[in-house]
Design a binder for this molecule. Sequence first.
Ligand code: NAD
Ligand code: ZN
Length: 373
Amino acid sequence: MENLAIETASKKYLVVFLENEFRKFITELSLKHPKSLITIITDENVFKFYEKELRFIDNQQFFLFTIKSGEKSKSIKSKLAIEKFLFSHKNNRQSVLVALGGGVVGDLVGYVAATFMRGIAYYMVPTSLLAMVDSSIGGKTGINNEFGKNLIGAFYQPEGVVIDFGFLKTLSNEHFKNGMAEVIKAGIIKNPQIFSLVEQNAPKLLERERREEQEGREDDLLKQIIVKSIEVKREVVSLDERENNYRRILNFGHTVGHALELDSDYEMLHGFAVSIGMVVEAFFSYKLNLLPAEDLRKITKVLQSMGLPYRLPKSVNAQKIYQIMLLDKKSLDRKVYCNLINQIGEVNANRGTFRRVIEPDFVHECFREMQKV
Ligand code: NAD
Ligand code: ZN
């Protein structure tokens, strides 16, 4: 598979596609940075699955640091622990970090790299589907705090992104579905072909364990979907690296999604929260006469067919969600904004702002209607 070049205002780098070639990547990394200390940072789950591959690296140039798995690790505490490790092992400005894991490891390690000695090189090696199609691309790094998600961070691009499809074999079904939510989002905002591929192949995509027996056909389909989703993200971030405007389209489903995630105290997975968030924001788009009812129905159906949640739980309180959305870093002048859509594959430009103010009464009305059924 051909490499993809990402060119943002601040940096140009490659997304490389591999299959069970992590060792090869490590060898190449060592050749490319012969004078650097290289620290691979991963989480406990990923370490457990790939301990053998990681243990072989007994080279003095390499170090390994493991964080606890889960969203709660995207914290200042983990950042301090990594920094302490790096300083105590005499790292310097030439040092290189490798983020081996899902979006949690990627966002955290990227942020450590952004500030360690005012910025050191790092590579993204995403191992979850969500990280492959979304979080490893585009240089948004950061951590959470008690006020919300991703409130502290930096735009900081990696030296390269390595997508090794082999990692997906050990990913749980829950996290596979979690990543599919972002794939579907990429289809909705920019590429209707991704959307139809998922629509037409949802059961096949979900039957992951039978993939290898079937001559790799579904495997190829998944790879194709991953590459296309990365292409969507690449186009968006190359036009607007720092989310001054157009990059906002990636937040479709996320204003409501983030609020649901926080409201659940991060019990709900990101992609699952975004799945409901997309249905709600598609409903907003429909109620504002931007999106045809048929497209709203298709969006709901495709999420359902991928085993993702598509109903707004009755227990969710509109006023509380509105208040959380007000605290979101995307809110401005005490107003809540959502990034809406005109149809599957097309966002609503709203005179080039790519967002709309959502009033509290409107949120209440939509929630009431959605929670009726
Ligand atoms: P995650 O990093 O917690 O990974 C999900 C789970 O899967 C973890 O338990 C992890 O240990 C496990 N895992 C990962 N790869 C595995 C593998 N190959 N085999 C077995 N288990 C594996 O979460 P995530 O869903 O990857 O990412 C979510 C995070 O990404 C959120 O914090 C979200 O805010 C962030 N995000 C960031 C961006 C961005 O642009 N920076 C975009 C989207 C999401
Ligand atoms: Zn997301």
